[in-house]
Design a protein around this ligand. Structure first.
Ligand SMILES: [Zn+2]
Length: 460
């Protein structure tokens, strides 16, 4: 059949991770996002299954942003035969260099560790992909400029397919995509940012589309509107008063930079006492450098970025990181990963969880099944590197620092849509969140909306 376009949901359907949307048209095939599944083991195991279509049959991938649940499967796709081009913005490319290499390194290390300690079901344990695989994927990247509503020049033109990238305020380089394919406009929201983020500029208004794929991470919730400055100062001050330290497991991309800005501002406003601030994540340090290089898409000017570097100690090497173990005075330590699924934060957790004076402050969404979600739920025994640790430290969460638009922010963004789309697909949310947002779209906007399930294919 000619001129038919189909869209298949190969991830982020009924869950927040593994974003992979496949478009088929006139014997051509492209992918929007190529993410890893994260969280519950049964989801993570999906990363090991063969990709649903032959990777060599896909001609291009368009990335909304660099977070691993949107980009982290690319090295596997390339390893399994993809030879096309991966299009994204400059900052997304820069961040993917950092994130994909780090993901590969963590997987290599975990496989090595499992083999050494013989606690793998698989013998030998293998990494999902290696740094060599990640490098090969990075060679296929091509940078695309952002479009603006006054300049409708698309970033990518490939015959009857063109794709425009618009800033959506989620993280550095993040975009919503207007994919024009065989005469239909399909808008992919990516992960939507917020109108008043600490660091990122507000999302661009939506453009016309026939079909909409909208995320719904916070589709059924509102962010806490309490004063973020007072709340964080209060947590830090209460912890420091007992002689404890504050550990902030933080996503290396975006949240770490927002937190650094917030905490160093609190220090300058004298809302918290003087105390050392450490950024203990080589990846977050590299991302902070990307932010400090390019000021076009965030709110912090050069002087403020330089100030941040003076206020914070960046611990890049393992030795510098280990020296934090012998700190004898209260401190603030930011470390990745944000959901405590890996990275240096695990060493800090194993050292700090047992002391009631310390606070562990989670700074964003904790996917079900992760260590972060279990700590937030109040579990008192947490397994790290095969050993159990008693949780005595105070556990706090700060949803209001989320990089995702909440229920109302998503709705307000959609209200700016020039006309009603023919159909909306609500993705990238837990079932309850996606379904609630589907109902909101139906009732508040009177648009047709559905929640696709994994593997669903629709003809557009
Ligand atoms: Zn994201």
């Amino acid at each position: 059949m000619s001129n038919q376009v189909s869209l298949t949901f190969h991830g982020a359907a009924g869950t927040v991770t593994g974003s992979r949307y496949l478009l088929d048209f006139n014997s051509r095939r492209v992918l929007v996002d190529c993410g890893l599944f994260q969280g519950y083991k049964n989801l993570r195991e999906r990363n090991w299954r063969p990709f649903p279509v032959e990777p060599s049959s896909i001609e291009a991938v368009f990335l909304t942003h660099a977070h691993l649940d949107h980009s982290g499967y690319l090295p596997c796709l390339v390893k399994n035969g993809f030879k096309g081009t991966i299009y994204c913005t400059e900052a997304t490319r820069d961040l993917c260099k950092i994130l994909l290499m780090d993901a590969a390194k963590l997987q290599e290390e975990e496989a090595f560790y499992r083999n050494r300690h013989h606690y793998s079901k698989h013998d030998p344990a293998l990494p999902l992909y290696t740094r060599e695989d990640a490098k090969k994927a990075l060679e296929l990247f091509e940078v695309v400029h952002f479009s603006s509503p006054d300049d409708l020049d698309p970033g990518v033109s490939l015959g009857e397919l063109s794709v425009s990238f618009y800033p959506n305020g989620h993280i550095l380089g993040s975009a919503f995509l207007d994919v024009l394919v065989a005469g239909r406009h399909i808008l992919f929201s990516g992960d939507m940012g917020r109108s008043n983020d600490l660091i990122m500029r507000a999302p661009e208004l939506p453009v016309y589309c026939d079909y909409l794929v909208i995320e719904s991470t916070y589709g059924d919730r509102l962010h806490d509107n309490q004063d973020i400055w007072d709340k964080v100062a209060e947590i830090i001050n209460e912890t420091v008063a007992t002689g404890g330290s504050v550990l902030i497991p933080s996503f290396a991309v975006g949240r770490a930079q927002a937190l650094l800005y917030l905490i160093t501002e609190l220090k300058h406003r004298k809302m918290i006492p003087y105390l050392p601030i450490y950024l203990d994540s080589p990846m977050a340090i590299s991302v902070t450098e990307v932010m400090q290089r390019d000021h076009r898409y965030h709110r912090l000017n050069k002087a403020r970025c330089q100030q941040m570097s003076r206020d914070v100690t960046f611990t890049r090497t393992v030795e510098e990181s280990m020296s934090l173990n012998s700190l004898h005075m209260p401190a603030i330590i930011l470390s990745a990963s944000g959901m405590a699924t890996g990275g240096r934060v695990l060493h800090h957790l194993s050292r700090m969880l047992g002391d009631h004076r310390n606070t562990v402050l989670f700074a964003g969404y904790q996917a079900p099944g992760t260590r972060g979600a279990r700590l937030v739920a109040g579990e008192k025994n947490i397994k790290i590197f095969g050993s159990y640790y008693n949780v005595k430290a105070r556990i706090e969460t700060m949803d209001f620092l989320s990089a995702h638009a909440d229920h109302l922010e998503l709705l307000h963004w959609l209200q700016n849509m020039p006309t009603a789309p023919k159909r909306c697909f609500v993705t990238h949310g837990e079932e309850a969140a996606s379904d609630q947002f589907r109902i909101t779209i139906n009732e508040e906007l009177n648009w047709s909306a559905c929640v696709p399930i994994m593997g669903d294919k629709v003809i557009l």
